[in-house]
Design a binder for this molecule. Structure first.
Ligand code: HEC
Length: 124
């Protein structure tokens, strides 16, 4: 019960924060891409992928296959599209040796934000 109340409280908080933003106009900090970047860091993606997704995180060196530069559209195994990115985040990538972990614990709307952040790094 407590947990449910807490979640409801957080949702309300989120809603009221959302209303506040309407009045002030969206700042860069609140954009879905900026939120995606925060989630990318908070979930430790940067440890392997690097802060700008160039495949140069501190752990990348010891991985095989290594994470690739997100800017490189031809380097994606599952694909660079929004839905494909969301699926990779949810299920990981097990085509190779399964080193890209699955993140089923990240909520679907947050996976969407992270995917938007990754797309913002792709070369147009
Ligand atoms: C333990 C290191 C590690 C972490 C942490 C990690 N990744 Fe990866 N990721 C990899 C590796 C290695 C690959 C390449 C796997 C392959 O080629 O089979 C990869 C591949 C990817 C790809 C490319 C998929 C494709 O189509 O080729 C995406 C997108 C991705 N990761 C997103 C993320 C996101 C978002 C997070 C955080 C929620 C994350 N990764 C966390 C190691 C990691």
């Amino acid at each position: 019960m407590r947990l449910i109340r807490l979640i409801a409280g957080l949702l309300l908080l989120g809603l009221s924060a959302g209303c506040g933003n309407d009045n002030q106009g969206e700042t860069d900090q609140d954009s879905p891409v900026a939120q995606g970047r925060k989630l990318f860091m908070a979930n430790g993606c940067n440890v392997c992928h690097g802060p700008e997704g160039q495949g140069d995180g501190p752990v990348a060196r010891s991985l095989n296959p290594k994470p690739r530069d997100f800017a490189e559209l031809s380097a994606y195994k599952r694909g660079p599209g929004l839905e494909q990115l969301e699926e990779t985040i949810e299920k990981g990538l097990t085509t190779g040796q399964g080193i890209m972990p699955a993140f089923p614990n990240i909520a679907p709307e947050d996976r969407h934000r992270v995917a938007l952040f990754i797309q913002s790094l792709q070369s147009k």
